[in-house]
Each structure stands twice: as structure tokens, then as C-alpha cells.
Design a binder for this molecule. Structure first.
Ligand code: ADP
Ligand code: MG
Length: 223
């Protein structure tokens, strides 16, 4: 199956002499071209769910399939390649490089893939325009952009490799309601345009209605 599939995923963290179950037999399938919202309060396991889906954390048990590929047997290097080529990640903390313009942030992704920054320029410009960064704002550094614009750069950068799976952690947490709503609408649009299987986690139920479907995460259980 294409997109993203989690089957009976269990994740525990060490907790003194015991282990804390953070994901409790979580199953989910996100199809290409759909935006799935996962809503849950702080501490319910949302970021952990994304870390497992991104192959950054290995579950105790259960399976994670990315674009039809079972990730269980991958070496660390293969997992890194899978992340680089198939998975776009928008972390909660904006991790843009302070010294680079928006365009250069995306061109750096080309460089990471062995393509020159110059060769990556047209795609970087196209992607930034598609998230609304035009009129010279593509030449600004992060501190010269608003929080919403920084999040748009983050999203454009995550799309650079044309990933099959897009994982987004609390994209609206630093934004007021209107800007947050526009970011979620943008995620819905890029999901359709790029045919990504997109999973967005949020504690804000108000934004979830803009997704194709909403799942609830409560104490590590998905429903
Ligand atoms: P959310 O993103 O929904 O706030 P998290 O996935 O960050 O939830 O955390 C879920 C639970 O796992 C919390 O109880 C948190 O304290 C715990 N947790 C998260 N990361 C770790 C870690 N590296 N080690 C131990 N416990 C952790
Ligand atoms: Mg979190």
C-alpha cells in the first residue's frame, strides 16, 4: 500500500525501573493525497507517533511502512536515505538556518541531494511561490519573516524532495487563529497538489475540521 501505514505500533520509554507505554497498538493508514489530523492533548504521544512514522524512533513492536516499504529491516543508512527521499518532516520547532534566505534554505536541500544550489534554484523558486512567498520575501532571512511565513518556508522545504509522506508537528502552535487556519488550508492544498500522505498532529481541535479526517490520540491510543 502506498502512503503511510502503521500496524499495531507499540512504543515504550524507560521510566525508572519500568517502561512507560507511549504508543499503545497504534494502527493507521494515510493514503496519498489525503490530510489526516491527529488530535490529542499535550503528552498524549503525538510527537512520538511522528518520530516512529519518520523512522527516527524504532517501535518496540508493530510495523511501519513508508510508500509500501517495510522499514523494520533497514540499516541506519537505508533509513536515512528513506527519510531523505520519501519523507518530508515539518518539526514543531522551526529549524531554519538563521543566516540563509528562504531561497537558500531550499537550495541547501538540493545540495544535500548532490545537486548544485544553482540547479536547484528553479524548483526552490517554484515551491516558495506555491506557498505564497513571492514579491522579494523569498530573499529574506528567517528573522525578517513572520511566524506564518517561516512555517511556509518549512513546508516548502519539506516538499523539496517530492516526498510520498509529509509529517507535520503542531504547525499552528506559534500562530494566531487566522494564520493557523491558513497554514492548515495550505497543508490541505499541498497534500492534493503533491499527492502526499500527510499526517498533521495538533492539540487544537478547531483546525482539525479542515483535514480530510480526524483521529484522536488519548494516552497513546488512537481512535
Ligand atoms: P505530545 O507530542 O502529544 O505532547 P510526546 O510524544 O512528546 O507527546 O510524549 C508522550 C509521552 O512520552 C509523555 O508522557 C512524555 O513525557 C513521554 N516522552 C516523550 N519523549 C520521551 C523520552 N525521550 N524519554 C522518556 N519519555 C518521553
Ligand atoms: Mg509534541
Amino acid at each position: 500500500m502506498n502512503g503511510l501505514t502503521l500496524q499495531d505500533v507499540v512504543l515504550t520509554y524507560p521510566d525508572g525501573d519500568r517502561r512507560l507505554t507511549t504508543l499503545d497498538r497504534v494502527s493507521l493508514h494515510a493514503a496519498p493525497g489525503t490530510l489526516t489530523a491527529v488530535v490529542g492533548p499535550s503528552g498524549s504521544g503525538k510527537s512520538s507517533l511522528l518520530a516512529v512514522a519518520a523512522t527516527l524512533l524504532r517501535p518496540d513492536s508493530g510495523r511501519v511502512l513508508v510508500a509500501g516499504r517495510d522499514t523494520a529491516g533497514l540499516s541506519p543508512r537505508q533509513a536515512t536515505e528513506l527519510r531523505r527521499d520519501r519523507i518530508g518532516i515539518v518539526f514543531q520547532q522551526p529549524n531554519l538556518l538563521a543566516s540563509l534566505t528562504a531561497l537558500e534554505q531550499l537550495q541547501a536541500m538540493a545540495h544535500l541531494r548532490g545537486v548544485s544550489a544553482k540547479a536547484g534554484l528553479p524548483r526552490a523558486e517554484r515551491l516558495l511561490a506555491s506557498v505564497g512567498l513571492t514579491d522579494g520575501r523569498q530573499h529574506r532571512r528567517p528573522h525578517q519573516l513572520s511566524g506564518g511565513e517561516r512555517q511556509r518556508v518549512n513546508i516548502a522545504r519539506a516538499l523539496f524532495a517530492e516526498p510520498a509522506v509529509l509529517l507535520v508537528d503542531e504547525p499552528t502552535s506559534a500562530l494566531d487563529h487566522d494564520r493557523g487556519a491558513r497554514i492548515v488550508d495550505l497543508l490541505a492544498a499541498v497534500t492534493r497538489d503533491h499527492d502526499t500522505a500527510t499526517v498533521m498532529v495538533t492539540h487544537d481541535r478547531g483546525f482539525a475540521a479542515r483535514a480530510d479526517r480526524t483521529l484522536e490520540l488519548t494516552d497513546g491510543r488512537l481512535s
